[in-house]
Design a protein around this ligand. Structure first.
Ligand code: ADP
Ligand code: MG
Length: 171
């Protein structure tokens, strides 16, 4: 996926200690992502234009059952400490594997513990099972010219492309 970082409810960082870069989605994206809703994924991401730096990440797709959001959101927590925010930047994401189905927890503390568990699992799984995905051309190459990117989804434009490849040598 590739998308612009927009403002959310400001909960990730301040309330939970895990800031998440919320990607811009429209109705067409939401339709495309329905099957992935309410799961946490692990994978890799870059922040354009600095595509040499590939970070491991965990990503939530869904309605944040804990907070009962009406709208589906795509939120990426990079496993890296940044000095500054990067609202407005464009990020590229490769999701490698689903790691947890989302649900509501009885306390904020148990949600925070679950997210910490997601991060720990991602840091174990990614280097051991998905290392080659960190080097796929979609992440590390120069962005393709806009006219070359298929961002159509029916007759609506989507701001990012969901890729369904399973073989990193072909990605
Ligand atoms: P919002 O609800 O606006 O998404 P968050 O509390 O989730 O607010 O904070 C998200 C912002 O924090 C991101 O948009 C990004 O600019 C910044 N940020 C800083 N460090 C990280 C990180 N490690 N992963 C993701 N976003 C980060
Ligand atoms: Mg966020």
């Amino acid at each position: 996926m590739r998308g612009r970082v927009v403002k959310g409810f400001q909960r990730g960082g301040r309330m939970l200690g895990f800031p998440t870069a919320n990607l811009e989605v429209n109705a067409a994206c939401v339709r495309q992502l329905k099957d992935m809703a309410n799961w946490v994924f692990c994978g890799y991401g870059v922040i354009e234009p600095n595509t040499e730096a590939v970070y491991p990440m965990v990503m939530s797709v869904g309605n944040n059952p804990q907070f009962k959001n009406a709208e589906l959101t795509v939120e990426v927590h990079f496993l890296h400490k940044f000095d500054d925010d990067f609202y407005g930047a464009t990020v590229r994401i490769v999701a490698c594997a689903p790691i947890r189905e989302q649900g509501a927890f009885s306390s904020l503390g148990s949600l925070i513990a679950a997210i910490q568990g997601d991060c720990d699992l991602a840091l174990k799984l990614l280097p051991s099972q998905f290392a080659e995905w960190a080097a796929v051309s979609f992440l590390v190459n120069e962005p393709r010219p806009e006219e070359d990117v298929d961002d159509s989804c029916g007759d609506e434009k989507v701001p990012f492309v969901a890729v369904g490849v399973t073989d990193p040598s072909k990605a």
